[in-house]
Design a protein around this ligand. Sequence first.
Ligand SMILES: [Zn+2]
Ligand SMILES: [Zn+2]
Length: 145
Amino acid sequence: MSKVTGQCLCGAVTVTAEPARPSLSVCHCDMCRRWSSSAFMAIEARPGSVTVEGPAKTITTSDWAERAFCPECGSPLWYRITAEGPMHSQMQVAAGLFDNAAGGTLKLEVYVDRQPAGYHFAEATKRLTEAELLAAMGITPEGGA
Ligand SMILES: [Zn+2]
Ligand SMILES: [Zn+2]
């Protein structure tokens, strides 16, 4: 796909990425919900395709991932997998940075077992629970199976 460029709310950070596919995903996990106020909607970037201009700040938010945001306006920018394994360094870039969500269609929802009862997306999506997603990532949670 061709590259798309988006920006945070205040414009201090611009992000250019090549979507891996014309699809959107959402994560319903507790951290994404607090971070973005609902489900975090993202575009998977083709590996190595992301360039960032501006003062993006990155925080480690779990043993296997980090999140980035604009320190000027607080906009979520991306989620990146830091754990070794099949998805190492995969970047899920915030769909909201891009006009028309870069033309993507919602195809995947993860952490569906954490989804609040009061809202649902209408698109037909593949739905993965926390355990199913972590297994796909090659991660065994502390104290988990
Ligand atoms: Zn900003
Ligand atoms: Zn999440």
